[in-house]
Design a protein around this ligand. Structure first.
Ligand SMILES: Cc1cc2nc3c(=O)[nH]c(=O)nc-3n(C[C@H](O)[C@H](O)[C@H](O)COP(=O)(O)OP(=O)(O)OC[C@H]3O[C@@H](n4cnc5c(N)ncnc54)[C@H](O)[C@@H]3O)c2cc1C
Length: 174
């Protein structure tokens, strides 16, 4: 049996955002296109989901233009941003604006818009879209992916950062 905590124990939005902000993430831009109109947004809710088959997930605000476009197109591109791409992250997070205005884009083999110069590109088709509070959880099957050995853009406590050290080697099995 599970017992719901008293209402007063549920953190408010500010507290929850502050706590999650301590979890450092990379930054990506998800892009797609519907009927000739490109859409995309900056995200950091990107997570690897499955290795075999390769799958990932991202959480997009329900009702946002990008969530609607990804669902309609059934396919999208994840562009992994590098340390020098803060302006792209800013551009793709501006509310209600045309994020592609005046921007040159690449095209994937299937014709989706992608951002030149990103540190990695992952092309997916939508496997499922699940409800998740005020967001939707988009699960993607990975069709193709590439990465360049560049330094990533990092988001931590509401600010952009760059990796400051060479890091430590970690043994990965498999
Ligand atoms: C580092 C970082 C990480 C982020 N990660 C995520 C993430 O993982 N998932 C996610 O969903 N978002 C994330 N965001 C926010 C997201 O990038 C922005 O909300 C983006 O603008 C959404 O683009 P859109 O065109 O799809 O949304 P829009 O359709 O523009 O709508 C986004 C929200 O803005 C509101 N809005 C639209 N126009 C205006 C306006 N003129 N004034 C005020 N509000 C308006 C809409 O009602 C909606 O709530 C992140 C932002 C940053 C900087």
């Amino acid at each position: 049996m599970t017992v719901a905590p008293p209402a007063s124990a549920v953190p408010d939005q500010h507290t929850f955002r502050t706590v999650m902000g301590v979890f450092a993430t990379g930054v990506a831009v998800i892009t797609t296109e519907v009927e000739g109109a490109p859409q995309g947004m900056t995200i950091n809710s990107l997570t690897s989901l499955s290795v075999a088959p390769p799958m990932l997930l991202a959480c997009l605000e329900e009702g946002s233009r990008t969530a609607e476009a990804v669902t309609r197109r059934g396919a999208f591109v994840i562009n992994l941003l590098t340390r020098g791409q803060t302006p792209l992250s800013d551009r793709f997070s501006r509310l209600g604006q045309d994020h592609f205005e005046g921007l040159a884009v690449d095209r994937t083999d299937s014709g989706l818009p992608a951002l030149p110069g990103s540190g990695g590109r992952i092309e997916c088709e939508v496997d499922a879209v699940h409800p998740g509070g005020d967001h939707v959880i988009v699960v993607g099957r990975v069709l193709a992916c590439t990465a360049a050995p560049t330094s990533p853009l990092v988001f931590y406590r509401g600010r952009y950062h760059r990796l400051g050290s060479a890091g430590h080697d970690v043994a990965l099995s498999g």
